[in-house]
Design a protein around this ligand. Structure first.
Ligand SMILES: NC(=O)c1ccc[n+]([C@@H]2O[C@H](COP(=O)([O-])OP(=O)(O)OC[C@H]3O[C@@H](n4cnc5c(N)ncnc54)[C@H](OP(=O)(O)O)[C@@H]3O)[C@@H](O)[C@H]2O)c1
Length: 218
């Protein structure tokens, strides 16, 4: 499926690092007019602003804060494509002592955050002709892994919500995409018991293995 992003105005959550940053760079390089880099800390995208100038517009969004999402929709009324990429990961089995707390945390960001994003930006996309709402889900939306069961549950729930949005928003001409990246070959993964046969190939640019912090998160 092709959707030309040339001359489009796009908003990407979690734009400051990892997959989100790679998406911003790729969109700009492929001719997007403007990308709203939606992040918790505005100064976390200063390198992108330095690199791309006015084509990258930082905007404050915390997926745990519905008011910040509603405010972003007001600040960015020209958005034609939304990529909800931001997400959190906590390793842990359902038998772990903190399993419920971990699930609650990941549901709050990965699922409730998605719902708030869709509620806030569906009218904006509609007003701009339909556009695209892309949700970064995961292979973990489709296949559960014991060591990251609560993350998988949150991503499965996000995929379920995405499927509902796909049907609902088609009525206003918005294309809803569910993106399912595979797992990177990170240190953590190599230590884990995830079968390598379950790994899907992702483009080199989308392998966000960049910092020790990343290894902590994944
Ligand atoms: N990497 C993978 O192997 C992989 C595989 C499948 C799916 N995914 C999915 O791809 C997406 C991006 O993953 P990644 O590997 O690039 O992750 P990452 O490097 O850990 O980056 C996560 C991003 O989400 C942001 N974020 C976290 N909590 C947030 C909140 N409450 N509000 C707004 N932004 C928040 C982070 O911002 P801060 O810098 O402020 O923390 C950061 O920009 C996630 O949805 C993840 O589930 C990743």
């Amino acid at each position: 499926m092709n959707y030309d992003i040339k001359d489009k105005t796009i908003l990407v959550t979690g734009a400051n690092r990892g997959i989100g940053k790679a998406i911003v760079e790729s969109f700009i390089e492929h001719g997007a007019t403007k990308v709203y880099a939606a992040v918790r800390q505005i100064n976390s995208v200063s390198s992108l602003v330095e690199q791309y100038g006015l084509r990258v517009v930082p905007i404050q969004v915390d997926l745990a804060d519905p008011q910040s999402i509603a405010a972003a929709a007001q600040t960015a009324p020209d958005v034609q494509i939304v990529v909800n990429n931001a997400g959190v990961f906590q390793a842990g089995t359902p038998l772990a002592e903190n399993a419920i707390a971990a699930l609650e945390f990941q549901m709050k960001i990965n699922v409730y955050g998605l719902i708030y994003m869709a509620q806030a930006f569906a009218p904006v996309l509609k007003a701009n002709g339909g556009g695209v709402f892309a949700q970064i889900n995961s292979v973990a939306s489709l296949k559960g892994f014991p060591d990251s069961a609560t993350y998988c549950a949150s991503k499965a729930a996000a995929y379920s919500i995405t499927q509902a949005l796909r049907e609902l928003l088609s009525e206003q001409g918005t294309l809803v995409l569910s993106v399912h990246p595979g797992l990177p070959k990170s240190i953590l993964l190599l230590r884990s018991k995830v079968s390598p046969t379950l790994l899907l190939t992702v483009p080199q640019k989308l392998r966000p293995i960049q910092s020790p912090r990343h290894y902590e998160n994944y």
